[in-house]
Design a protein around this ligand. Structure first.
Ligand code: TRP
Length: 447
């Protein structure tokens, strides 16, 4: 397919919103605050920031650069660089595509629950009490229905293409997300107990720091920037050649980290407000209760304890979560869609619908066998596949691609790069430090 037939982001702002939309997701508004709360607050925050800057950001530049050079889906882009070993290019490109699909298949279930929690208070207000209850009660019927709804939303955006779908919706939704965040944070700080949460968030408790915490922070940073699965590669391929990749990647990483930081500023104080309202959040031994359920138990009981205002705040909070999830899920679906579209020459609309359906079938399977499948799929795709594929991209950039071709690609949007400290450090860094660091993340569970 000629590159002019491919979509392209229409502006740098649009790209930043889309890429930040991909990065900002449940990992930021749920994963990060939960990890922070259970890992010593500020201590985790500081190490996370370090990992973001030292490991995730360089890899983001790497993935975007591979994609922009290739001007193709991840399989096609890798093939252009790995000219002497096309088989490996196809193998790893396909693995990335399958991993993105796997992540989407469990992510859609979580996002479905969030829709349920957002709609439930509205149903209660209009008198549909039992529907309201059903929406927030774990059950296969509910899980499946809500997953179908979320998947339809994802397909709806992706089938419209890059500028008219992904860029347009990300540019609309991300500002709404920022605004909702601000309103919620201001509100929570007017509540009794919020300051205790702030203290935990910003005053480090160094007792918690150990190797496992460092590894968790690395994994979290990697997940948060959507690295490994080709999502940033495919977004990079829709980026015009005059864009300065390191600078733009820096802005995306800053927005992503900023949103995670603000999510902590919302959730940790909210936990302590809940505590002040009589909701139990710590066990007798001082451990955070059901850290995974924070969002679905602690916060809803907080909203419940605040009457009508609480219902409204609850709807706003879950709307925020659904928006964050949707701008990420469209990036996940775009990976296989771009592959099918370009490798098999199937039109985008058709590709989006077919793949949406296929992934939905897997989601339904997971939802129907939740206890056996959910954790397995989530762990395999995010804890193992994402970092492992990251190692492959680092090797592609550092060892397969010639340094000169790499320089030429980045130079197009950043002519003076050769003289910068970034160029002195980054190539060797991605070549050696990143793969070793990522392998440490990957190997940790086996140690
Ligand atoms: N970054 C997303 C979040 O924080 C999750 C994510 C992981 C992702 N891998 C991805 C999003 C690939 C898009 C594509 O929730």
């Amino acid at each position: 397919m000629a590159s002019s037939d491919r979509g392209q982001f229409s502006s740098r702002f649009g790209f930043i919103m889309a890429a930040a939309g991909s990065a900002v997701g449940l990992g930021n508004v749920w994963g990060f605050p939960t990890q922070t709360a259970s890992n010593g607050g500020a201590a985790f925050l500081l190490i996370y920031l370090l990992m973001m800057a030292l490991l995730a950001f360089p890899m983001l530049v790497a993935e975007l650069t591979i994609g922009r050079y290739g001007q193709s889906n991840p399989i096609g882009s890798l093939r252009k660089i790995w000219t002497n070993n096309r088989l490996l290019a196809v193998l790893f490109g396909t693995t990335a595509m399958l991993t993105a699909s796997m992540i989407l298949s469990f992510y859609a279930i979580l996002a479905g629950w969030l829709i349920g929690f957002g709609v439930s208070p509205i149903m209660k207000l209009i008198g549909l009490q039992s529907l309201s209850e059903w929406l927030i009660t774990f059950g296969t019927g509910r899980n499946v229905l809500l997953t179908v709804i979320f998947m339809l939303m994802t397909v709806f955006v992706v089938r419209r293409g890059v500028a008219d779908g992904i860029e347009k919706w990300s540019s609309r939704l991300m500002p709404v997300l920022f605004a909702l965040f601000l309103v919620l944070i201001i509100y929570i700080f007017t509540q009794h107990g919020a300051m205790d949460g702030l203290k935990m968030y910003l005053v480090p408790n160094w007792e918690h720091v150990n190797g496992g915490l460092v590894v968790n922070a690395m994994g979290q940073a990697f997940f948060s920037l959507s690295l490994g699965v080709g999502a940033m590669m495919v977004y990079g391929s829709y980026l015009s050649k005059d864009v300065n990749i390191p600078k733009t990647a820096g802005q995306v990483a800053i927005i992503d980290t900023g949103v995670a930081f603000f999510a902590g500023l919302l959730i940790l104080p909210a936990m302590f407000v809940a505590k002040a309202n009589g909701v139990q959040i710590f066990s007798e031994t001082g451990e955070l209760i059901s850290s995974g359920n924070l969002v679905f138990t602690v916060l809803p009981s907080l909203f419940d304890s605040m009457g009508l205002v609480g219902e409204i705040v609850g709807v706003a909070f879950f709307a925020l979560m659904v928006i964050a999830a949707l701008t990420s899920s469209i990036a996940m679906l775009e990976v296989p869609v771009s592959c099918l579209q370009e490798e098999m020459k199937i039109k985008r609309e058709k590709s989006a619908i077919i793949l949406g359906l296929v992934i939905l079938v897997f989601s339904v399977l997971i939802a129907a066998n939740f206890d056996t499948l959910f954790d397995w799929v989530a762990t395999a795709s995010t804890m193992y596949m994402q970092p492992l594929l990251g190692v492959v991209w680092a090797i592609v950039i550092g060892w397969v691609w010639s340094r000169n071709a790499l320089l030429k690609e980045i130079q197009q949007g950043y002519p003076e790069i050769e003289k910068t400290w970034f160029w002195r450090i980054w190539p060797i860094y991605v070549k050696v430090v990143c793969p070793i660091a990522i392998i440490m993340v990957f190997a940790y569970p086996f140690l």
